[in-house]
Design a protein around this ligand. Sequence first.
Ligand SMILES: [Zn+2]
Length: 431
Amino acid sequence: METAIQLHPHDVRDEGATRTVENILKRAKIHTIIPETATLDERHPYPRGILPHNPLHDVVNTKALLEVPLPKDYFSNLQFSPVQSKKAQSGNDYIGKLITVANKYGISVIPWVKGLNASFEGDISSFAIQTIQGKIVSTWLCPSKSKTVEYVIQLLKGIVGHYSSQAVMLDRMRYPDWSGDKVRPERMLTCFCPKCEKGMEEYGIDLALLKNELNKILSAYHQNPEKLLDLQISTEGKIEIKKWILFRQENITRLTTKVSNSLRRWSEEVGVGKKFWLNLWSPSFAKFLGQNYNSLAEICDGAKHFPYHRLGGGADLAGLVKELAGEDEDLQEKIFNLVIKILELPYDLSFKKFKDIGLPVEFVARETSIAKEQFKDKPIFSGIQIWDVPENDIIKACKAANEGNTDGYFYYCYGWAPFKALDVVGKIESK
Ligand SMILES: [Zn+2]
């Protein structure tokens, strides 16, 4: 059974590496730390509250910057590179500092790398994802492009080599979800760059029909969200949408397989990066974002999924519903119902109640169990929400993960959770 905790750069920079490691070891009794190698466009903590034990900041807003001080010309063979934070540019290596302290305490540090999502500089327009309206999503690489494969491999090797890491967790190998610096539902309808459109046609998708049906959804949302409730998608349209969902899954699997193969060959040569973990959305959401558990199981050594039940899965479900429905509470209830139905979640729950208490903790058991089934003999680690939850919910979520036959608890996350939550974690027995 693996237990680990994730953290962000400001945790270590603001609290100091020693204090951070000691808190994790003494309070949470955890021996594996998974630090973020690049931030996201994100409010910390998300989506509300304050950082409960940060001595310098109540709230930190990050901007999707690389925090590993790789050499300036490291990506010069590509036409684009990830933007390094000013601190990383000046050599401030918070993970390096964390590893130095962690080594003294016998704690392992596993870098948490974001694959397709970052702030980029250079000529990104030919390599970024495009929405159905042709808008460039400049912070997200298109999984069909060969330069994207090169970039992810180079990024992984750069980071794993820099820290001589024995394991790595690769995140954001998927299409965009609706969240980011703000909630944008149209980011769900990607990628429609010329290469992906050609690929879809070769896959047997009727592109004109698919775009027509997806545009109906989009224009209903823009014109009058109430129209989403009785939107009629033709039978033929439904077939094309299903094919498109599968096309996206195959695209992500193909890309991740190339990355995994290259990492493994390199790992044999240099002796680092032997364990390759993925960070996946929970199964009910993952399929819509291009992640297919069955096929990804073949190419990794395990995966963490994140059924953060209070938040409603991996991202901000309430944020999506509010964006789609606006302020009208009655419409919010109806849209929430529709979203739960699309996700095939078996919960009879009002939006009002969901906003108060999230999804039932049973969601953790259900998603873990589905993930385990689809991942065959490969380990599945369950993300456990330890911020913005009553302490008792942490214990319940671990029990639920056990019911789903989990292979580990990955607690999320150090800086957002109050000390009393870390103390509760320290008392939880792993299997
Ligand atoms: Zn594309």
